[in-house]
Design a protein. Structure first.
Length: 245
């Protein structure tokens, strides 16, 4: 409901609105968010985000390769995420558009994450969860970093060469909570390595062998933060993260 359009039985604060029949607020918090006024009564939230990366390429060839001079949208993203039924059951899916792909719109990510440890076992939030769908399977730190937060426009050549990208599967993830420096971990069983976009084995694109991957890391000094290499937060003190995949 647009701000300022409230009628009887409706209230508006800080640009958000809610009605007695539909007790949701609409706010901006790192994205456009629909969330309940009473989370216990209406256990649902939705955040909508979008970003894009534009590129101009110019190449004056003196060899066999053709010249190049063009504009391109390398990444055009529209993402939806939130929780349903319980805050411990989160969903996420993301659409991607790319000028150079034959398929202009791709359903890039789609997965559910369930904090089963918190919801069913009485553990601390984030200590034990299960994920199912298609996502960036745990291995490469560079791939795990969103293109939105890269230090430069693209990932390094080494990061791309040793990359295993996305796949369809299931994983267990969590972190330790009893130590001053939590250890984060995730282990996945997927359709294979570099199988993003391929069909199941009955279609002939992949064999019957599953792929196994894992990643463990910990912030051993300071807080690494969520913006990774780009350091938008502008650390004034040293931060160190150690990990392996």
């Amino acid at each position: 409901i647009p701000a300022g359009s409230c009628g009887a039985g409706c209230r508006s604060t800080s640009g958000s609105t809610a009605s007695a029949e539909h007790p949701l607020t609409a706010v901006y918090d790192g994205g456009f968010v629909l969330k309940p006024v009473d989370a216990d009564k209406t256990p649902f939230s939705l955040k909508i985000n979008s970003w894009l990366q534009a590129r101009h390429s110019y190449f004056d060839s003196e060899g066999p390769n053709p010249d190049q001079n063009d504009f391109e949208f390398e990444r055009t993203r529209l993402a939806f995420g939130g929780y349903a039924l319980t805050p411990d059951l989160k969903y996420f899916f993301q659409l991607d558009g790319d000028d150079i792909q034959s398929q202009r719109i791709d359903l890039l990510d789609y997965f559910l994450s369930y904090d089963i440890g918190h919801d069913q076992l009485g553990l601390a939030a984030g200590q034990l969860g299960i994920r199912v769908g298609r996502w960036k399977i745990p291995f490469n730190r560079s791939r795990h970093t969103s293109g939105l937060n890269l230090q430069f426009a693209d990932r390094s050549v080494a990061g791309v060469f040793f990359d295993i990208d996305r796949s369809v599967g299931v994983s267990l993830y969590g972190k330790t909570v009893e130590t001053s420096t939590p250890v984060n971990w995730e282990f996945a069983l997927t359709n294979g390595i570099r199988t993003n976009g391929v069909r199941p084995n009955r279609a002939g694109d992949v064999d019957r062998n599953m792929g196994i991957s894992g990643r463990v890391y910990s912030d051993v000094l300071g807080t690494w933060g969520s913006d990774y290499e780009s350091d938008i937060a502008w650390h004034e003190e040293l931060a160190v993260r150690l990990g392996a995949g």
